[in-house]
Design a protein around this ligand. Structure first.
Ligand SMILES: [Ca+2]
Ligand SMILES: [Ca+2]
Length: 287
């Protein structure tokens, strides 16, 4: 029953996404794009035997997402903003323990997986020295100047364990394709104005950035965070490059690790969800 319901739901989502693309009279590639993202996400859930994810999406569509399902564009973004803004907020010091749970290595409960390098490292090696892991703000703190006060700077949907030195290389660069290999970066690339994470987390990065754009709309004392197509955003409350983030969302659909992470944040910490992990096709529906 649940599987059938999910398929129906996804077909509806696909129909909306396709209709939106047709309405926009976009280039032909765009009409095919939502189908690819949707199909891949479905296939991933099936191939990993993630019946939980199937039931989860179906259940949340009729509850958590009920005021968003069926919408597109600014209407969808606005509804999702209202939904995900109801959350518990963490202090920056509480983020350490939260990340030990959300990013736990599925093969070693004493370790976390580092986002950019893919390395498994002991949970106890958190800190600021070489060989430690620290709290990377995927939406760089300077892009909107939110720092580490309780708010966007402590929102664990975009905070991830990273190697101290790789974190330093990423700095506050925007995301884009290209550059040379980052030392111990697991295949990540960088140049003077951008950072390209390893393939396995490209979609994760895109969905984190777009979560932040929907969650923070400027009405709560924080900057209105938005994606754009630039790579020299500096301290402006923008993050690029949107066209590339959309590609990454499609080429790297949510996997079991990312879905579990979303669930742990929802169940045990912030009690809100990243909608783009549950519905990657909503990226195209909004942007
Ligand atoms: Ca991924
Ligand atoms: Ca925003």
């Amino acid at each position: 029953m649940l599987a059938i319901r999910m398929r129906t739901g996804r077909r509806k989502a696909l129909a909306f996404a396709t209709a939106a693309a047709l309405t926009a009279l976009a280039v032909p590639a765009l009409t095919a794009t939502p189908a690819t993202a949707t199909d891949t996400a479905t296939a991933t859930a099936t191939s990993t035997g993630a019946t939980t994810a199937t039931a989860t999406n179906s259940a949340y569509d009729s509850t958590y997402y009920k005021n968003a399902v069926g919408k597109t564009g600014t209407s969808l973004k606005s509804s999702l903003h209202t939904i995900i803004s109801s959350q518990t907020k963490l202090s920056y010091s509480a983020v350490w323990d939260a990340l030990k749970a959300t990013d736990q290595d599925p093969n070693n409960s004493g370790n976390v997986i580092l986002l950019y390098s893919g390395v498994s490292r002991s949970k106890s090696l958190n800190g600021g020295n070489t060989g430690n892991w620290n709290r990377e703000h995927v939406w760089a703190k300077s892009h909107g100047d939110f720092g580490t006060a309780t708010g966007p700077g402590t929102d664990i949907h975009h905070l991830r364990p990273t190697d101290v030195q790789v974190n330093s290389v990423r700095g506050n660069k925007d995301f884009d394709n290209g550059g040379s290999a980052v030392a111990n970066g697991g295949g990540s690339l960088t140049d003077s104005d951008s950072f390209e994470p390893r393939n396995a987390v490209k979609g994760d990065v895109a969905r984190m950035i777009l979560y932040m754009a929907v969650r923070y709309e400027g009405g709560d004392g924080w900057a209105d965070l938005e994606p754009n197509n630039s790579v020299n955003n500096g301290s402006k409350p923008f993050m690029g490059r949107l066209s590339v983030l959309k590609q990454w969302n499609e080429q790297d659909p949510p996997d079991a690790f990312e879905q579990r992470r979303n669930q742990v944040i929802h169940d045990s910490y912030q009690h809100n969800r990243n909608p783009f992990i549950d519905h990657p096709e909503w990226v195209e529906a909004i942007w």
